[in-house]
Design a binder for this molecule. Structure first.
Ligand code: PLP
Length: 386
């Protein structure tokens, strides 16, 4: 069965790929203030761009080692060690991929067999779901709506007990779309459950540098033999278009993933790797001004939306607020988002595209400029008053 048919057996057409059609549909509406995108509202820092230009001028334009430039792996390893206490051997436990996106596809292709099950706590970044379905595996959704959008260790333990085919649990921390961040104790409780089973935790930490008033912890420090960690350049260094990610984990599994990665992409783009090497080597402070701006934006946005009858939890990480819709819109986040785009010319993403537990919410990005956020709030206010 092809992927689109498999998707139809699992999901209604509005999600998870509803996010594509939603963006396409609102793209045709003129003058929309888009608070839809998962893109840093900043450009790549100059020193990083210069490293890529230098690589091109030096004719460093050939394939790299499939695992990526060793210098990049060394500098990323040092960054992960100093920021999160992680210990990954650059030679054997790290792989440079074409963004976390390719990394995720290669990891699932390496570890998943038809009939396996993968636990996905929702609401979550929707692209994990087709990546599971493409291997004829089954996503087991755990709706976290009633546990503050965090995976509960009790529920995880119960699910693992009743699902012997589970091969992996996906965790996205800081979380897209909810903005929640797990504390060290919460991660340890989940790790204590996971270590009782022969499974992997696929830990997507792409937003690890974007936390507000709390610290990011990594499960790879707790149960390293079972964690496959994803991180990258996209969000930390405002480098979404450069397409560089990192997959880190135990040597044996990285060897397997590397085989899939090599046959699918050979190696990540060379000049982008040189740029990311510079980012991890000398860009430790690059995220700070972005964080400051995102935090301020989130305060303006959440305060404004709260006043209009939405409920916004205080964002802890990433750059989204997952706003609970006022009562009268709560059963139709898709309808609300389309109407808002058509009538008020403001783009937000319907919560239902993020899986079970997302209905009744919208994801609003505060990576936009402050002036766009203020303009959007003004338009939403006028829309709600009508
Ligand atoms: N993981 C999460 C949770 C994301 O939100 C995104 C992009 O929005 C990605 C992965 C994609 O990352 P990359 O640009 O490294 O492919």
């Amino acid at each position: 069965m092809d992927l689109s048919n498999r998707m139809n057996t699992y999901v209604n057409q509005k999600w998870p790929l509803g996010i594509y059609s939603f963006n396409d549909d609102i793209a045709n509406i003129p003058d929309v203030v888009k608070l839809t995108v998962g893109e840093p509202g900043f450009h790549t820092p100059a020193h990083i761009k210069e490293a890529a230009i230098k690589a091109i001028q030096n004719d460093d334009s050939h394939y790299t080692n499939p695992r990526g430039l060793l210098s990049l792996r060394i500098n990323a390893s040092k960054f992960f060690k100093s920021h999160y206490g992680l210990n990954y051997d650059p030679k054997s436990e790290m792989l440079v991929t074409t963004g976390v996106s390719e990394g995720l596809g290669s990891v699932l292709a390496a570890i998943i067999n038809p009939g396996d099950e993968v636990i996905i706590p929702t609401p979550i970044y929707p692209f994990y779901i087709p990546n599971v379905l493409i291997h004829d595996a089954k996503p087991i959704f755990i709706n976290t709506d009633s546990t503050n959008f965090k995976l509960s260790p009790k529920v995880l333990a119960k699910t693992l007990k009743t699902h012997p085919k589970v091969k992996a649990v996906i965790l996205n921390d800081p979380n897209n779309p909810t903005g929640v961040v797990y504390s060290k104790a919460e991660l340890q409780q989940l790790a204590d459950v996971i270590k009782q089973y022969p499974i992997f935790c696929l830990s997507d930490e792409i937003y690890s540098e974007l936390t507000y008033g709390c610290k990011h912890y990594s499960m790879g420090t707790m149960i390293p033999d079972q964690v496959i960690m994803f991180n990258g350049a996209s969000k930390t260094f405002a480098m979404t278009g450069w397409r560089i990610g990192l997959v880190c984990g135990p040597k044996k599994i990285i060897d397997k993933i590397n085989k899939v990665h090599t046959i699918t992409i050979t190696a990540a783009t060379t000049c982008s790797q040189y740029a990311t090497n510079e980012a991890f080597k000398n860009g430790a402070d690059d995220a700070l001004p972005m964080k400051r701006a995102y935090r301020h934006n989130s305060q303006v946005l959440c305060h404004g939306l709260d006043k209009l009858g939405f409920k916004c939890p205080k964002p802890e990480g990433a750059f989204y607020t997952f706003a609970k819709l006022p009562k009268k819109y709560q059963n139709d986040s898709v309808g609300f988002a389309f109407t808002l785009a058509k009538k008020a010319h403001v783009g937000v993403v319907p919560g239902s595209v993020f899986g079970p537990g997302g209905e009744g919410y919208v994801r609003v990005s505060y990576a936009a400029s402050l002036s766009d956020i203020k303009e959007a709030l003004k338009r939403i206010r006028q829309f709600m008053q009508k």
